[in-house]
Design a protein around this ligand. Structure first.
Ligand SMILES: [Zn+2]
Length: 84
């Protein structure tokens, strides 16, 4: 009985570690154009884990935010270049 409890605990710890590791790996990965396009056009289910990943990544990654603006407005933000 104690062995079963121990095995269950190990399993719980491992699955928690797996979830954390997976979240870190997925969040670190940049979105590609297709993913951002689908996100912008509302093609991703808002309750899906995919949406959660994209939303949290877009919240922290400037590169993907820039990419999203380009897809939304069809051109890069280049106001800072115009001033010269
Ligand atoms: Zn990114």
């Amino acid at each position: 009985m104690r062995d079963l409890l121990f095995a269950t605990m190990i399993l719980v710890v491992l699955s928690v570690l797996w979830i954390i590791a997976r979240a870190i790996i997925l969040r670190g990965k940049c979105l590609d154009d297709e993913e951002i396009r689908a996100f912008v056009r509302g093609k991703i289910d808002g309750s899906s884990s995919e949406y959660q990943r994209m939303a949290s990544h877009l919240g922290t990654c400037e590169k993907c935010q820039e990419q999203m603006r380009m897809i939304q407005f069809g051109k890069p933000l280049d106001e800072h270049l115009v001033e010269e």
